[in-house]
Design a protein around this ligand. Sequence first.
Ligand code: NAP
Ligand code: HSE
Length: 432
Amino acid sequence: MEKTKIAIIGLGTVGTGVARLLLDHGDRTARHTGRIPWLEKVVVRDLTKQRNVDIPEGVLTDDLDEVINNPEINVVAQLIGGLEPARSIMLQLMESGKDIITANKALLAVHGPELFDRARQLGRSIAFEASVAGGIPIITNIGQCLTGNQVTSLRGILNGTCNFIITEMQETGADYNDILQEAQRLGYAEADPTLDVNGADTAQKLTILSQLAFGVRENWDRIPCTGIDMLEIDDIQYADQLGYRIKLLAVAKLVNGEVEMSVGPTLIKKGNPLAEVQGAFNAVRVRGDAVGPVFYHGQGAGQMPTASAVVADIIDTVTGRSQITFNNLELWSENHRPLSMADADNTMDRYYLRMQVVDKPGVMAAITGILGNNGVSIASIIQHKGDNGPSPETVPLVIMSHETTHGSIAQSVSEFTKSDNIESEAVVYKVL
Ligand code: NAP
Ligand code: HSE
């Protein structure tokens, strides 16, 4: 069989998994490719670092030029994180004639328009299945399998680290920071885990899925986004008592010709498949106007699930399928007629509110008055007598609203903060 020489840039969690699959299962990749995807070079920063995979002699290098200047290497898996030098390296690689595979969602969410335009000008392709939801083939499914549809909504648990933390908090009651460290040790978290827990990584993934499904051309940091970094065990427990689980949910849905987008902790009724997603697993529920609802579930982070997606992209690129798909997708292209993101204030949802209130006559009336004046209708209200929390004269109050606008809730919360009856800022989460 003939060889196609490929290179990997970056031998961290993901790069190591990809190298393992290529080196240990070359027969498998060759069978699916009709050629041998031959690992010619692996570029790292630090040659002295201990690696968890045996790289054949002469393959490991810290000199990117050994890839750039080798015209026999046509396919490169670019597996370093962050924006720079990842962006410059990707441009250099494409300019020297390489087709690219990447897992870097931050890079695509920020520089997607520039990188995709440049790839089209140069006649190169970018494959990015691993950038969203790890091992779940969600990019291929939305970009190819569901193209007979107009996608009408996407709801996803897209960050393995966050879902792992929430699951562990709920099931073991372990400390948030200890669980985050364990997620780092297991290779789920980003090099800077702040991006996981503050919701940025999920918003970046939602940007990519929304570009694919709706053509939304919006900067990821304009998506209304709350992370799990302030999530308290109390809310997980109150939600549990009400029959819900809390998940970090990304939503994009088509309403009146615009796309409502958000990322935040969300209460999901137990028994809903999204509520049952555990540990580092991810899930995406897509609704198409022809197919109806489709549900995807699988490991969303970690070495081998992510490597699985990268290697599938390598095989598609070596066979030439990626190039066809890439051209047809027209992502971030002027030809792709975009839908815009809806104004968050007008979006309708149900809400969970929790606040620590002074335990005296008239307080409940004042709070419900604020909600009523802002047009928020209450579905249920529970004063958790006995859970006095930080000060004995206050009690936690949990309110579930009927469907209302985000603007009405935001206005109510801003009025709560001026009230002497409410001790701390209200916790506000959506209810699916
Ligand atoms: P990682 O463990 O931090 O590894 C990054 C690798 O990039 C390291 O091997 C590092 O080299 C190398 N590197 C950094 N800068 C370089 C440079 N200038 N030249 C050459 N090599 C350089 O990261 P990771 O977890 O594998 O993630 C890689 C990418 O995949 C990120 O974009 C991440 O968001 C994405 N991703 C990760 C997962 C996951 O579960 N981990 C899942 C999906 C997507 P040294 O080893 O020499 O320092
Ligand atoms: N840090 C990411 C996560 C990796 O935890 O989901 C997968 O993109």
